[in-house]
Design a protein. Structure first.
Length: 155
């Protein structure tokens, strides 16, 4: 059983739960927010559970489950000139940005939509539902995890 839980957002046009299912594992690169980076770098551990959230999807919502399968390591795209994630201030000897690897666990038959999350009892304080919450990596409390997973498996 994972010790911590996370919600990780990705636009389906960039990478979807179907892509993760096909690939089996994927690196979660390109995070360029310090708080989200800190969660990945300092707190995520192998085996932690992940709610895979399709942001800007139609509809937006949790589309499945993944788990952290490799702890934080430098995001090598930050060092590649010309890459969309390049950061000229990041240095290999002292990297600014990190990524983790996630492994596919399960795809929900139907997404647990943002409206579903808002309507569910017990999720009122969930980070993704808070006004102005835009982090692509967010902690999820164990009770929130259980509610979302049960909603997803009901499909």
């Amino acid at each position: 059983m994972p010790t911590r839980y996370w919600l990780m957002k990705c636009e389906p046009s960039a990478y979807s739960i179907d892509d993760l299912e096909r690939d089996g594992t994927a690196s979660w690169e390109g995070v360029r927010n310090y708080q989200a980076r800190n969660f990945m770098r300092d707190d995520m551990k192998v085996g932690d559970g992940v709610l895979f959230y399709a942001s800007n999807g139609d509809p937006a919502g949790v589309t499945g489950l993944a788990e952290v399968c490799r702890e934080a390591y430098p995001d090598h795209f930050a060092f590649r000139k010309g890459h969309e994630y390049f950061d000229p201030k990041s240095r290999k000897e002292n990297p600014t940005w990190f990524m983790v690897d996630v492994r596919f666990v399960e795809r929900f038959r139907k997404p647990v939509t943002l409206a579903d999350l808002k309507a569910a009892r017990g999720l009122e304080k969930m980070a993704v539902l808070q006004k102005g919450s835009r982090l692509s990596v967010q902690p999820v409390r164990p009770d929130e995890w259980e509610i979302v997973v049960s909603l997803g498996r009901r499909g």
